[in-house]
Design a protein around this ligand. Structure first.
Ligand SMILES: Cc1ncc(COP(=O)(O)O)c(C=O)c1O
Length: 381
């Protein structure tokens, strides 16, 4: 049998060790040094955010975002059930309730009309998850938020270098979180960034970030000592993480171009399967520029998906499903509330399968995945 094809292989640019050596030589290992500054500057420039704060994870960034949105006991945050648990946890940690709503089955992103239908007195924020780097309907979500005085938080964990109408995902709502976990296009193992897009939140964001202190003001010489001023946490990342990440960010365009190329190849190859009604491909709304983060197919049933995954595994090709709906998870039932039908969420989560997609995947391996996928779908459907 040919060599197995993994689902993911984290990208390595080759520049990481040199930057790590520089960080070690500088003897500045905690956060907030030169590498942190350079990563934040890169991210701020590329996204157009007012402020970019490097973090240990997108989870940390989402927690800080919920603090900045001033969610508290009795408040609610509306979000899709088809998402990652820490988006909901971030609201629960504030004492708030996640309210889970339905997705649009074409994009797997939150359905804005379902958001509009559940917004009420207690709603404080809307969380938009851009699944696989494909944009939510941010215009409509923004209208709903403005009409009701709500914050929009983008869970843009998948979205580095993805955009909608030329605007970087993560930089459209009030706050956005991008992940650099090893499963993402660009990585530092574990990492993330908080994008602060509303300039009015920038000062407080730095305080919350820096352990609830006004250390950033102290470092700028604005106060003569720093002290505890707010409830915050240690949301930053070390210089070692930042040094590794900078080498990756510098190669981000190249990695993204390669991933987009593979994504486009898959998309073209499976067009016929979709026309024949055997599989659904990702939809790309007008104006959306994806970043090749996830390529998925939605198969006709959960049983077919299980047979598909097993068949490809037997041929050495790893394929995987994704989010398990939050509304019916043990913690979702305990801490959250479902509103309306979540039939699309359940259907899609049960039938979606992701194909191998990483920068080092060779053209020959892409063709192998395509052939194995096509043959399996034709036989199973
Ligand atoms: C949509 C989404 N949000 C948030 C996260 C959490 O990211 P991190 O691992 O950087 O905390 C993930 C993780 O994969 C994710 O897929």
């Amino acid at each position: 049998m040919s060599e197995p094809i993994p689902f993911n292989r984290p990208f390595v640019s080759g520049g990481e060790l040199a930057y790590l050596e520089q960080a070690i030589a500088a003897r500045n290992l905690a956060g907030g040094g030169e590498f942190t500054r350079r990563c934040q500057e890169w991210l701020r420039e590329r996204t157009g955010a007012s402020l970019a704060l490097l973090s240990h994870s997108a989870t940390g960034a989402l927690e800080a975002a919920m603090m900045l949105a001033e969610l508290g006991p009795g408040d609610e945050a509306v979000m899709p059930s088809f998402g990652y648990p820490t988006m909901a946890t971030a609201a629960v940690r504030q004492g708030a309730t996640p309210v889970f709503v339905e997705i649009d089955p074409a994009t797997l992103n939150v359905d804005p009309e379902r958001v509009a239908a559940v917004v009420g007195e207690r709603t404080k924020a809307i969380v938009a998850v851009h699944y696989g780097g494909i944009a939510c309907e941010m215009g409509r979500l923004g209208e709903i938020a403005s009409a009701n005085g709500l914050r929009v938080i983008e869970d843009a964990a998948h979205c580095l270098l993805a955009a909608q109408d030329g605007q970087a995902l993560g930089s459209i709502g009030d706050l956005g979180a991008i992940s650099f976990h090893e499963t993402k296009n660009v990585t530092c193992g574990e990492g993330g960034v908080l994008l602060v897009n509303d300039p009015a939140l920038a000062e407080r964001a730095q305080v919350i970030w820096d352990k609830g202190t006004n250390r950033s003001q102290f470092l700028r010489g604005e106060v003569d000592r720093y002290t505890w001023v707010e409830v915050g946490s240690s949301f930053g990342a070390s210089e070692l993480t930042a040094a590794f990440l900078l080498a990756q960010l510098e190669a981000a365009e190249e990695v993204t171009a390669r991933r987009r190329g593979i994504w486009d190849r898959y998309h073209a190859a499976f067009e016929e399967l979709e026309h024949e009604g055997r599989a659904q491909r990702p939809a790309t709304p007008a104006g959306s520029l994806h970043n090749g983060h996830v390529y998925y197919l939605v198969l006709p049933s959960e049983a077919i998906r299980a047979a598909f995954i097993a068949r490809l595994r037997a041929q050495g090709v790893a394929t995987v499903f994704h989010f398990v709906p939050l509304h019916s998870s043990p913690a979702g039932e305990r801490f959250g509330r479902a509103e309306g039908s979540l039939a699309h969420t359940e259907e899609m989560a049960g039938r979606l399968v992701r194909l191998p997609l990483f920068a080092e995947l060779s053209d020959a391996d892409v063709e192998r995945v395509i052939e194995a996928t096509r043959a399996a779908v034709l036989e199973l459907t």
